[in-house]
Design a protein around this ligand. Structure first.
Ligand code: OSB
Ligand code: MG
Length: 375
């Protein structure tokens, strides 16, 4: 295909409750969406997972918008023949900016798959119709509030609980939640880089709670301290922020820094690199799970399809739309199944991502006029 236009939409979506992590607290999701139009008339949508500020990673909405406008979009709009597989090579001249690149790659892939009536799941290699869902639980004002929130999610059927932790909010909340959900329930923690090597002995106390894993306690660039921790504690160490390419994933695994990997397509530059990490981990028998970035239904749809690949043996942060949004941006909000499918989401089967963006909400929630980029 050739692209006729790339349109950027910036929206603000209210969250059903504030979401707090070791790097900040948010009450709304500011989201950048890329809409591509091909010469064939096919339209595709991509969600950029960058946050409003550069707090989880160096990328953020203003930066993504800028790099797309001035560097990435012009390169794609100039391409005489474009496929989803050619997006990353065409954009490789720009260093980093993987979330911005991923938003464009997924939009092109969506347009391409819609044109050939193929679903994301079948293109990526999904082997199941339903995926196991976990939920990421933010830092609470106090333990009673946390237990109330966790009880709600357990009642909804989630198959795994992930608690956000930080220094001063770790051992006690984890102990209280383990007590609440019982010894067999899957429980894990995510520190979003809030600790240092000086905390290794303290983090060892988490071994008492039989956690599935501890996610990214140290800085993104600090593989060495993760190696040290992994050699000291029984709880498996899982990297999130550090894993930006398949090569980094291989290096971190070989060095013993991580024995489980959180795959986020946006963080690694798109679904194609995400599949490469999945394939590599499957070969090395390293379990993977699909992370989340408070995606709207647009991004959630692709993640649910990815999580249906065979190596995704742990429940992902693929929660239902209502965990974050009273109203989702798509006509097919994600709703947890019932009966045998309690705690699971169905993998979309329609063409492309299989979801339909609600134009009314894109207009109602717009923070700025759309930006239309042409060749
Ligand atoms: O570290 O996984 C993370 C949200 C924003 C930024 C980073 C992370 C998260 C989450 C929530 O944990 C995942 C989700 O439910 O989408
Ligand atoms: Mg994480």
């Amino acid at each position: 295909m050739r692209l006729n236009s790339i349109t950027l939409h910036r929206l603000a979506m209210p969250l059903v409750r504030p979401f707090e992590t070791s790097f900040g607290r948010q009450t709304q999701r500011v989201v950048l969406l890329a809409q591509v139009r091909a010469d064939s008339g096919a339209v595709g949508w991509g969600e950029c997972v960058a946050g409003e500020g550069p707090l989880y990673s160096s990328e953020y909405v203003d930066g993504c918008e800028h790099v797309i406008r001035h560097y990435l979009a012009p390169a794609l709009l100039a391409a005489p023949q474009l496929t989803a597989e050619s997006v990353a090579p065409l954009l490789a001249f720009v260093v980093g900016h993987r979330m911005a690149k991923a938003a464009l790659e997924v939009a092109v892939l969506d347009a391409e798959l819609r044109a050939s009536a193929t679903s994301f799941g079948s293109y990526l290699g999904a082997v199941s119709d339903w995926v196991d869902c976990g939920v990421s639980v933010g830092i609470s004002p106090d333990i009673d509030t946390l237990l109330e929130e966790v009880s709600g999610y357990v009642g909804e059927g989630y198959r795994r609980i992930k608690l956000k932790i930080k220094p001063g909010w770790d051992i006690d909340p984890v102990a209280a939640v383990r007590d609440l959900i019982g010894p067999d329930a899957l429980l894990q923690v995510d520190a979003n880089t809030a600790y240092t090597g000086a905390d290794i002995a303290h983090l060892g106390k988490l071994d008492a709670f039989d956690l599935v894993l501890i996610e990214q306690p140290f800085a993104e660039e600090d593989i060495a301290t993760h190696v040290q921790l992994a050699a000291t504690i029984a709880t498996p160490v899982c990297l999130d922020e550090s894993i930006v390419t398949a090569d980094v994933a291989l290096d971190a695994i070989e060095r013993g820094a991580t024995s489980v990997i959180n795959i986020k397509p946006g963080r690694v530059g798109g679904y194609l690199e995400a599949v490469r990490i999945h394939d590599l981990c499957t070969e090395l028998e390293v379990p993977v799970w699909c992370g989340g970035m408070l995606e709207t239904g647009v991004g959630r749809a692709g993640n649910v399809a990815l999580a249906a690949l065979p190596g995704f043996t742990l429940p992902g942060d693929t929660s239902a739309s209502r965990r974050y949004f009273a109203e989702d941006l798509v006509e097919e909000p994600f709703v947890l199944g019932t009966g045998a499918h309690t705690g699971q989401l169905p993998v979309p089967t329609g063409p492309g991502t299989g979801v339909t963006v609600r134009g009314d909400l894109v207009r109602d929630w717009a923070l700025a006029a759309p930006i239309e980029l042409r060749p």
